[in-house]
Design a binder for this molecule. Structure first.
Ligand code: B12
Ligand code: SF4
Ligand code: SF4
Length: 384
């Protein structure tokens, strides 16, 4: 999720008549679909009023929990006309990230959510770029935004008729589910606007109880204080209340989508042009160098590119899923219960207590974060 878009610097001046209208849209549409997008649609650059109001409500209801992204500057991220001079329309594209499941055969897997199994963003950006290039060739200004804090993607996708807002807050595409990422091309071209599609959740509410932490506060409303997808990215000690629920997740969470009947039934397999990786060995994370972790997790959002947040998550997974008899667990506890980083010391102490390896739990620690952990030690894991 980047905040700086280098393409915005490249501006072109429009001379004379430029192509527009229905026939032009038909040709752009086939370029986008031909480049791998599953669906495309068009919306205006009118302000995203509903998204702005909802962002403000999330802030007022204390659902944001230090997230920055589109919440940092809500007016900017909901005013598309500000991001490309004289823009008239936004072409929105959806790119599938669905790949068939398979066992990675790892001893203690740290599971990755589907959207990060491969670099889907790179593939989507290429597809959007194909449309952008055509627009520029035809004399329009056109800029690609893919998971960029400058614009609220789901709201423009809804307006462009890509799909409806599911109760899990994702955009669901009719007959294709929600395993899609979204991006757009903001352009000066005048194109026919698409119509939003009707809600098809109906009376279904399956995703709400499927969330392991009750993070769906109301239909379409996520409380980031409880959402594992955010807590895995957030810096600091992992919220104690949700460590057990984290299970073996290392990055992202799929439960509110994998529980959805539309997504279960209709997901659209994508052709992947890079290696697919569904999980990483937990042991590997805990013994690898900073450089190796950052390289392995290159496309992930990692706060300040600091690998300690990935190690923190791996320590929780170890506490939740590893066997206390494994030699690597002892090596990791030895290293991390004496780490210079209080956050890692605290998480390692939690894992040691969960695994019943209390010999690694110190009596005292001067650091307030670790001292707090020592006064809230968890009970032994149920299966041990
Ligand atoms: C911040 C963020 C997060 C945060 C907060 C999520 C959230 N719901 O706000 C965290 C880190 C938790 C997160 C998690 C995930 N994210 Co995210 N995230 C973003 C980001 C950067 C901004 C989202 C935003 O602005 N939210 C603002 C709030 C107000 O929007 P909203 O929650 O969607 O609210 C809308 C609905 O409530 C709707 N609405 C209003 N009234 C009503 C009433 C009803 C009944 C309903 C149903 C809806 C509804 O209108 C609101 C405004 O549009 C976008 C990228 C971008 N630049 O837009 C990606 C994005 C939303 N994330 C995405 C993905 C893939 C995910 C994950 C699936 C990743 C994973 N596997 O872990 C999870 C899904 C969690 C979930 N259920 O939302 C995709 C979504 C694709 C899709 N098909 O919808 C996006 C668009 C990235 C991308 N470019 O593809 N994400
Ligand atoms: S991503 Fe996971 S934790 Fe977040 S709302 Fe969905 S199911 Fe709940
Ligand atoms: S599980 Fe049901 S309620 Fe939730 S998004 Fe899917 S169809 Fe909608």
């Amino acid at each position: 999720m980047q905040s700086v878009n280098p393409e915005r610097k490249k501006r072109r001046v429009i001379d004379g008549p430029v192509p527009a209208g229905d026939a032009y849209w038909t040709s752009l549409r086939s370029i986008g679909l031909g480049a791998g997008l599953h669906s495309v649609g068009v919306t205006s650059v009118d302000p995203l009023d509903r998204a702005r109001e909802q962002i403000q409500q999330r802030i007022d209801n204390d659902f944001v929990n230090d997230m920055q992204f589109t919440f940092r500057n809500p007016v900017r991220s909901t005013t598309p006309s500000l991001i490309v001079q004289d823009a008239r329309t936004i072409i929105v594209g959806a790119y599938s990230y669905f790949v068939e499941d398979a066992d990675e055969g790892l001893g203690t897997p740290a599971h990755i959510a589907r959207y990060a199994w491969f670099d889907a963003h790179h593939q989507m950006r290429e597809a959007l770029t194909a449309m952008k290039d055509q627009l520029r060739t035809d004399g329009h200004r056109a800029v690609v935004f893919a998971d960029d804090n400058a614009i609220v993607d789901r709201e423009i996708a809804y307006r462009a008729g890509i799909g409806w807002f599911g109760k899990n807050s994702n955009i669901l595409i009719p007959g294709a589910g929600s395993y899609f990422i979204l991006g757009c091309v903001v352009t000066t071209a005048q194109l026919p606007l698409s119509e939003p599609v009707a809600d098809s959740c109906g009376t279904c509410t399956r995703c709400i109880p499927a969330c392991p932490t009750d993070a769906i506060a109301a239909p379409g409303v996520i409380d980031a204080n409880r959402c594992l997808s955010w807590l895995l990215q957030k810096p600091g000690v992992f919220d104690r209340r949700f460590r057990v629920a984290l299970g073996s997740r290392i990055y992202g969470c799929d439960d509110c989508q994998s529980s959805c009947p539309h997504t279960q039934r209709w997901s659209v397999p994508v052709t992947v042009r890079s290696p697919v990786r569904r999980a990483i060995e937990t042991q590997w994370i805990l013994k690898s160098s900073d450089a190796d972790i950052l390289q392995e997790c290159e496309s992930w959002y990692i706060h300040e590119r600091n690998p300690q947040w990935i190690r923190r998550n791996a320590l929780i997974i170890m506490g939740n899923t590893a066997q206390p008899t494994d030699a690597w667990v002892h090596a990791a506890l030895q290293e991390y219960t004496t780490s210079a980083e209080p956050v890692l010391r605290a998480q390692a102490i939690w894992a040691a207590a969960r695994l019943g390896l209390v010999a690694y739990v110190p009596q005292h620690d001067e650091d307030p974060v670790v001292a707090e952990e020592l006064s809230h030690l968890p009970t032994l894991r149920d299966d041990l």
